[in-house]
Unconditional design. Sequence first.
Length: 565
Amino acid sequence: MDENKKDLRIRSKVISEGANRTPNRAMLRAVGFSDEDFKKPQIGIASTWSEVTPCNIHIDKLAREAKSGASDNGGAPLIFNTITVSDGIAMGHEGMSYSLPSREVIADSIETVTGAERLDGVVAIGGCDKTTPGCMIAIGRLNLPSVFIYGGTIQPGKLNGEDIDIVSAFEAVGQHQQDEINDAELHKVECHACPGAGACGGMYTANTMAAAVEALGMSIPGSSSTPAVYDYKEQECKQAGEMVVELLKKDIYPRDIMTKKAFENAITVVMALGGSTNAFLHLLAIAHSAGVELSYDDFERVRQHVPHIADLKPSGKYVMQDLYEIGGVPAVMKILLEEGLLHGDCLTVTGKTLAENLAEAAPLKEGQEIIKPLSDPIKPNGPLVVLRGNLAPDGAVAKMSGQKISHFEGTAKVYNSEEEATKAITDNEIKEGDVLVIRNVGPKGGPGMPEMLSVTAMIVGRGLGGKVALITDGRFSGGSHGFVIGHVAPEAAAGGPIGLLQTGDKVVIDSETQEINFEVSEEELDKRARNWTAPEPRYKTGALAKYAKLVSSSAQGAVTDKDLY
């Protein structure tokens, strides 16, 4: 090692030096290392490649580009894999219980490999919903120079001259049940909804979190909106490999970037774009991993002064590729910064501040209709609203984009599983004015807090969107829309009030006053509480049993390392 050259082997030196580490180096020589490689920083390329979902099917190629970039800039890169779970395939059945827990498996596995191999830096490449937050949780825990790259959005499918996507397929099921479309038409939707590689195309969870991570400063500017199949995505990944070595040279670490102000920037972008309610879970979890105090109060504080300006699915018209074509996430952030809604002095993985990055970004394309002017927004403030009341003392989350009503009163119809609720909808038990309640599906009770996209899609497909309220201690896909309230905390399995709700109770929901209550006397509630018993855990062994035992409340990000001591 040149004495005048900075040694970037901040952890791998324990393997690269000394006679005692001869066996360790022998293993690396078998995978291609030479004497020269042991003088370089070892860079982990955390790939979430998998054939189980289109979101990640192309990431093996992207990982090789990241490896090439790290190698070209003086690193010794090694690719390793972690898992992914396809929410679209897991949706609507028992498999969905594994979705949110997969986030922890991803984070744990990246931390484990990086820790065991003593890697000096990380490039993490995500795709499907849980891979991005899983990668970011690991990055926050490890606090090694790191860059995140998003695999990119899918292109919209085409049917009868119109754009469709995976949510179209879920909603088509409800239309089919109502005899609005026949078997052949349903099959056409199935065959055209997902045309190739990339994550679900609207402002659903994958695209929401990619945009949030870019706003957080942890990914290359513009990379959150580049479509998966565009050649430039490979160039971004090569740049990420080069960039992580630069971060080592500059001593820039994730916790230097992921500050409280940076999380406020991420929340701002999520609110402006009308993103997924899952952003609450994931940003809380990432903040926890980085040692940053973040709560629902921070989301509310930011929401109050950030307008919703993006006409994006599921409540709007356009998809992420459309946004890319008019300037992408940087163009949106540029106007938010000009309005004073972003902290421009936050450091990013480029080594520059957010403001410096955005000074180089192109403005929104003239004549576009996707992003509304700040002076004439879709909503004057963010559409992701925290509700509290006797039904959700620790909070619940509602997505009010596209909703013409802000107040709903109705009679509860309570179901203890998604399966029961699905049958009730299919059997036409759910009518206009009902408050459909699905409980015992929270982080512990589900376990795994399954998403209710199938249920919400059936409601919309049956023409009941906005005419029925849905409340759950589970969560919703970013593709869900309608008058839906999730993340009710405390959850039923933890003794929350939603577990005391009964069919026939009157429920009042108001997004303006941000309240969610049910009208039952204190005496009756006390009686119900005395008679309540915790449901038996659905799983007694294995991954889901461990998860249910360790997981925190949704209001704390549903993390598994919250209060271990």
